[in-house]
Write a protein that binds this ligand. Structure first.
Ligand SMILES: Cc1cc2nc3c(=O)[nH]c(=O)nc-3n(C[C@H](O)[C@H](O)[C@H](O)COP(=O)(O)OP(=O)(O)OC[C@H]3O[C@@H](n4cnc5c(N)ncnc54)[C@H](O)[C@@H]3O)c2cc1C
Length: 416
């Protein structure tokens, strides 16, 4: 019996989530019409499975898709609240539904092939990549693969934390939210023994908002633990549970690790999204880097070049993130104090550009010197020591660390 050769494509997107959806929209926007493109994912993503918050300059292709955006945000600590004016930037909220719809529209317009199956392996011979789906069947032969399947870092980081959260989409009978302002980080929540916690509020109107409880820490909470923490934050905001309804619950876990994510595992495979290192280790923010890389991929293809984006973040930012994570983990700097000082001692725009990896070295020096120096110097020295130990011993190279799935559930009554 002979098996027929798998179809040839120019580009295969393996994984069709956030990163791939942004690439599809960017290909359409750049008018990349003459490429044979396929998407392979066991799930065809549609509707609401996550909410992205990020900052950018207003006036771009995302504008019609945004659920809300704010010129002002608040950062709160037990010591007080600061209102930050972000102009000329904005903080924006984008629900996944419109992003997946936009990707589906691009798929239709660009005549993209969709294969609904899990990819097992990619075999890259340097000239082409054969994409094998469930059971090892070769499904495609691609000139290039953009792979965004979730995966752990190649080896554990020196610090391996998680950003984990639960959010309630709250509908109120009475106007209780200020739709002109988002709460970016509210550190008045009880702080965990190891890690940082904060709440935030993203209002869509005066009666409807996403209210979340987030932790940066090594371990997840229980289902009841998230509900209790979120109820505690709701009470802290002075919201009356009797006059609220939970419309949706959002759960998530994002890696915060300085473990390496290989962006280019083989000559014709490029990793994107969280799997490609787009998640900023010190904050979990991912969206802006995914978007930047999607734009670079589409621009390269439109110009007839290979779809290889620049690194998600400059190397020196990854180093600063290692040091910041280590300092937070050692408890030498309190999380609320660390973030509060950043926003107190720098213009908001500089901090946001820093978090995006878009600052100059001089600006980075200003940002770093606004943190408490001693614990940061201790963490930087500790990082150097840990790197040396890595070179000398193979222990961490052979270990593994994976991101656990989110704790699902979540009550939809908000009493108690
Ligand atoms: C609930 C939630 C909220 C978030 N909010 C923010 C935010 O506000 N701001 C921010 O910057 N970042 C946020 N993030 C982080 C990040 O932006 C998202 O996780 C984003 O979706 C990452 O995109 P991705 O393409 O890397 O992964 P995903 O969007 O998870 O896509 C991965 C895709 O791979 C597919 N897949 C899995 N296995 C296979 C296989 N074997 N073969 C083929 N395909 C496979 C999956 O079905 C999925 O569609 C959030 C994450 C979560 C989970």
């Amino acid at each position: 019996m002979t098996t027929s050769a798998p179809p040839d494509v120019d580009l295969a997107l393996v994984g069709g989530g956030g990163a791939a959806s942004l690439v599809l929209a960017a290909l359409d926007r750049h008018g990349v019409r003459d490429l044979r493109v396929a998407v392979v994912d066991p799930v065809h993503r549609r509707g609401q499975d996550r909410t992205w918050a990020f900052w950018d300059h207003p006036g771009n292709d995302l504008d019609p898709m945004l659920a809300a955006s704010w010129q002002q945000v608040e950062v709160a600590t037990p010591a007080g609240r600061r209102v930050l004016d972000l102009a000329p930037l904005r903080y924006a909220m984008l629900r996944s539904g419109p992003v997946y719809d936009r990707a589906a529209e691009a798929e239709r317009r660009l005549d993209i092939r969709r294969i609904v199956a899990p990819v097992d392996t990619l075999h890259d011979d340097g000239g082409h990549v054969t994409v094998h789906v469930g059971g090892g069947r070769p499904a495609l032969r691609a000139s290039w693969v953009l792979d965004s399947r979730p995966r752990p870092p190649r080896r554990p980081g020196r610090t391996n934390w998680l950003q984990h959260f639960r959010g309630w989409w709250l509908e109120s009978e009475a106007p209780v939210f200020d739709p002109t302002r988002a709460v970016l980080m509210d550190f008045r929540t009880p702080q965990p023994a190891r890690g940082v916690s904060f709440g935030y509020v993203l209002p869509v109107s005066d009666r409807y908002a996403l209210v979340e409880y987030t932790e940066f820490s090594p371990d997840l909470l229980s289902d009841a633990g998230y509900d209790a923490a979120l109820a505690g934050y709701r009470d802290l905001l002075g919201l009356d549970p009797a006059r609220l309804r939970v419309r949706e619950v959002e759960n998530g876990v994002i890696p915060m690790t300085d473990g390496p994510f290989d962006a280019r595992p083989s000559p014709r495979v490029v990793r994107l999204g969280t799997a490609g290192g787009a998640t900023r280790p010190s904050t979990g923010f991912t969206f802006s880097a995914m978007r930047r890389q999607a734009e670079q991929v589409a621009a390269a293809l439109a110009a007839g070049r290979p779809p290889v984006p620049g690194p998600a973040y400059p190397r020196r930012h990854r180093w600063m993130d290692s040091v910041a994570l280590r300092a937070l983990d050692a408890g030498g700097v309190g999380g609320p104090e660390f973030f509060a000082r950043l926003f107190d001692r720098n213009p908001a725009g500089r901090v946001l550009r820093f978090l995006d990896g878009a600052t100059t070295p001089a600006e980075e020096l200003a940002v770093m010197s606004s943190t408490r120096l001693l614990p940061m110097v201790a963490a930087a020295a500790g990082d150097v020591g840990a790197r040396l130990r890595d070179r000398l011993g193979p222990a961490r190279r052979s270990a593994t660390w994976t991101v656990p799935p989110p704790v699902l559930g979540g009550r939809t009554d908000v009493d108690g």
